[in-house]
Write a protein of this length. Structure first.
Length: 374
């Protein structure tokens, strides 16, 4: 056992020398977390504010002004213009100067005073589907609040007999960065662990040095451990970098156990390392390995992990593919630990799924490795 560890460390030391001599690799490995987390944290956001709104107040009453104030009380909507007719706002829609138009018809206040149903219309630019849906959600909340106030006044009550208060847990301000940053860790680890592992072993095949390695006293397992150990350490450094940047720049909470977080992250890194090893021994070509790694890891990590898009809304076949791959389990475990403060009793099924993937891919990769060079 001592000899296995000593020879593996010697192989790892050789790999570290190659890594430190490659400045481009170091820049890629250490600079990519900063670039991606700044890009996704600041540029990619589902939070909306200052949505330009045109007001068409045809009633010009106290009640209509109160409705407008209800929309502009928060920082979601911002009135940019007033028009007499809804058709006059069409040009602002087409030019992009307005995203919403609030139309308050004549007789709005009179109907409210009589206790009759009174309607106001909100036109939303649907070209930006995401922003439109969020704006509609805010508009519904504003309309419910305004309706409650009008009903209370109609009944002569200061307060309604039933009041519903909502509270958002784990992400009270509903910041998209808190939602995105944990998933970003998956993308970074996938790119480092799979892509670079696949390339480094495929490079040994292309240069013919893999056979030379096996001509030495090093065994196959020692070569694998020595090759993959530096990338495992780099993956842990990536986790630490993303956590540090996420907590310090975007107020991502760390409510759960840091030890549990690194245990789950280590298991996911091992899964990705084994996947990279399998790709390299099957392709034996750097260009083919890079294309296979990108297709089989980066796109699933971005699209089929729940990182950005909800898996529940996807077709059944895509949900089945996602169920086989590790990213969705790692994203789910990360959010449970970071945001909810969950423990092993909550994420055990995700850990088992990662462990099963690791053992299966490890077995296939090692068997294929032995058949090729044995």
């Amino acid at each position: 056992m001592a000899g296995l560890v000593t020879r593996s460390l010697a192989m790892a030391e050789k790999e570290v020398v190659h890594i430190t001599r490659d400045r481009q690799f170091l820049a890629f490995a250490l600079g990519m977390p900063f670039v991606l987390i700044l890009l996704f944290g600041y540029a990619v956001s589902f939070d909306i504010q200052d949505v330009p709104m045109v007001v068409v107040d045809q009633d010009r009453s106290k009640a209509s002004r109160e409705l407008v104030n209800a929309f502009t009380a928060s920082d979601v909507f911002r009135v940019v213009a007033h028009r007499e007719d809804p058709h006059q706002a069409e040009s602002l829609f087409r030019s992009g100067a307005a995203k919403t138009v609030l139309v308050i018809p004549r007789g709005y206040a009179r109907k409210l005073a009589r206790g009759e149903e009174s309607k106001a219309q909100l036109l939303v630019d649907g070209a930006d589907n995401t922003s439109a849906q969020v704006a509609l959600g805010y508009a519904r909340a504003v309309s419910v609040t305004a309706s409650r106030g009008e009903l209370a006044r109609a009944l002569g009550r200061v307060e309604m007999p039933l009041e519903i208060r909502t509270r958002t847990l784990f992400n009270p301000r509903l910041l998209s960065s808190v939602f995105l940053v944990p998933g970003l860790m998956v993308v970074i680890l996938v790119m480092i662990a799979v892509m670079l592992t696949a390339l480094t072993i495929a490079r040994e095949y292309e240069r013919g040095s893999m056979e030379q390695l096996f001509a030495t006293p090093l065994g196959r397992l020692e070569v694998i451990l020595g090759k993959l150990t530096p990338y495992f350490v780099i993956g842990l450094v990536q986790v630490l970098l993303v956590l540090t940047l996420g907590v310090s720049l975007f107020d991502v909470p760390l409510r759960g156990s840091l030890v549990l977080l690194f245990v789950v992250s280590s298991l996911f890194i091992l899964c990705m390392l084994m996947q990279g090893l399998l790709i390299s021994v099957l392709t034996r070509n750097q260009m083919v390995a890079s294309m296979a790694a990108m297709f089989s890891t980066f796109l699933p990590a971005l699209l089929l992990s729940g990182f950005v898009f909800s898996l529940e809304n996807m077709p059944t076949i895509l949900q089945g593919i996602a169920a086989v791959l590790p990213p969705q389990y790692f994203v789910r475990a990360l959010r449970a630990i970071l945001l909810r403060g969950s423990g092993p009793e909550v994420i055990w099924s995700d850990v088992l799924a990662l462990l099963a993937f690791f053992l299966v891919v490890l077995s296939v990769a090692v068997l294929r490795f032995r058949r090729s060079l044995g």
